[in-house]
Every structure is written in structure tokens, then in C-alpha cells.
Design a protein around this ligand. Structure first.
Ligand code: HEC
Length: 195
């Protein structure tokens, strides 16, 4: 008796589930279909791209106020000129110590952002240049002149770029830029000699 009831119950459930599935989706991909719990579909506040009667230009998304800087960002004020380069070299000091973990971090970032042009050994023989895809000759960091360049000048070049070299200010965090300099000056010369 019980098993017979159970069987009937199961068949009833299956029919109900098939019935529900029939109504749960819609063939028309451009329509949302039935909105179940619509409170999260239609939000009360203005949406980012919706019109807005309260703003001057009628848009909800507004530009940040002129002069706004993101949290934790320190604006870089040295201009992209040779005077700016010299000034950064004189005034900026590398806040990071020469130690294994800082150099390791610098190496990772160097290999991602610089090695393709300046080479894994820093001699200016990166793949982009030697393959002929990039025409301007990258500087070798292994010359006495480059090795004694102040850290601040390197930091400046990474931040704002150089003559033909693009800037990495928006791609590499300041702390990692300093660590790249530590790597170039302290570990790369040894790597350059052994290869
Ligand atoms: C797309 C190729 C390319 C990449 C990537 C690149 N550079 Fe350069 N870099 C150059 C070229 C070309 C020059 C030489 C011409 C110039 O000064 O613009 C140069 C010059 C330099 C100079 C010398 C500038 C000066 O006059 O004092 C430094 C320092 C430097 N790069 C550091 C870096 C560092 C650090 C990275 C990685 C964060 C990097 N570069 C990534 C192409 C590149």
C-alpha cells in the first residue's frame, strides 16, 4: 500500500517538475521572461548610465572633481623633461633596502615589463629588439655610466617614460618601480657577467 502511494507521489512530482521547467525559461533571448522577485531587477537609486534630473548635464555618472586623486596615490610632480630627470635623481631616494626579497620582487617585475626590450641580462638585447619587431635600440644597463645613475633617475624614467620608451607609471606600482631599480643595480650586473 505504501509503495503504491509512493509511486503515485513520485509520478506527481515528476509531472510538476516538467510543468515548472516548461515555464521557467523563455525561448526569446532578448527578453527577460518572468521576473521572480523583481526587487533586485529594478533598483530604486539611479543607475550609473541612467538619466538624472538632479545633475547639471542630466547624467548620473559624473567625472571626479578636478584635482581628485585616488586613495593611497601619491601624485608624481617631476616633469617629463631632462631637468625633471636630473631633479628626480637628486631629490628622490630609494626607500627600499637592498635585500633578497626586495630584489626578488624587482626581478619578477623586471622580467615582465623590461626584459622584452632591455634583455634578461640588461644589455639592451631583449627579444623585441633582436627580433627586429621594435626598431629603437634599448639602453644597456651594464655600462659604467648607467650603473652609477642615481636610483631616482631610473624611477623617473619608469614613471614618465623616456624619449621613445613609454611610461610605466600606470602599470607598475611605485614600490615595485623602486624594487626594479634595486634588481637592475644589484643583481643584474652579476647575471650579465655569467651569460
Ligand atoms: C618597448 C621597449 C622598452 C621597454 C619595455 C622598456 N624600455 Fe627602457 N628604453 C627603451 C629604449 C628604446 C630606450 C632608449 C631611448 C630612450 O631613452 O627612450 C630606453 C631607455 C631606458 C632608460 C634610459 C633613459 C635615460 O635616458 O636615462 C632607462 C633607465 C630605462 N629605459 C629603463 C627601463 C625599465 C626599468 C623598464 C621596465 C620597467 C623599461 N625601460 C622598459 C625601450 C624600452
Amino acid at each position: 500500500m505504501i509503495t503504491k502511494n509512493l509511486k503515485g507521489y513520485l509520478i506527481y512530482c515528476i509531472i510538476m517538475i516538467i510543468g515548472l521547467l516548461q515555464f521557467s525559461c523563455d525561448n526569446k533571448k532578448t527578453q527577460r521572461g518572468y521576473e521572480y522577485f523583481p526587487d533586485m531587477v529594478n533598483s530604486i537609486p539611479y543607475d550609473t548610465y541612467s538619466e538624472n534630473p538632479n545633475t547639471v548635464d542630466g547624467k548620473t555618472a559624473q567625472h571626479a572633481v578636478v584635482g581628485t586623486i585616488p586613495r593611497h596615490m601619491v601624485p608624481y610632480t617631476y616633469p617629463n623633461t631632462s631637468e625633471g630627470l636630473k631633479m628626480a635623481g637628486k631629490e628622490l631616494e630609494n626607500p627600499f633596502q637592498v635585500n633578497r626579497s626586495n630584489i626578488k620582487r624587482g626581478e619578477v617585475e623586471y622580467n615582465v615589463f623590461c626584459a622584452n626590450c632591455h634583455g634578461l641580462t640588461g644589455k639592451g638585447d631583449g627579444n623585441l629588439y633582436t627580433s627586429g619587431k621594435y626598431k629603437s635600440e634599448p639602453v644597456s644597463f651594464m655600462t659604467p655610466e648607467m650603473l652609477k645613475k642615481p636610483d631616482g633617475e631610473y624611477f623617473h624614467t619608469i614613471t614618465v617614460g623616456s624619449a621613445v620608451m613609454g611610461s610605466f607609471g600606470s602599470l607598475i606600482r611605485p614600490q615595485d618601480r623602486w624594487k626594479i631599480v634595486l634588481y637592475i643595480k644589484n643583481k643584474l650586473p652579476k647575471a650579465g657577467k655569467s651569460k
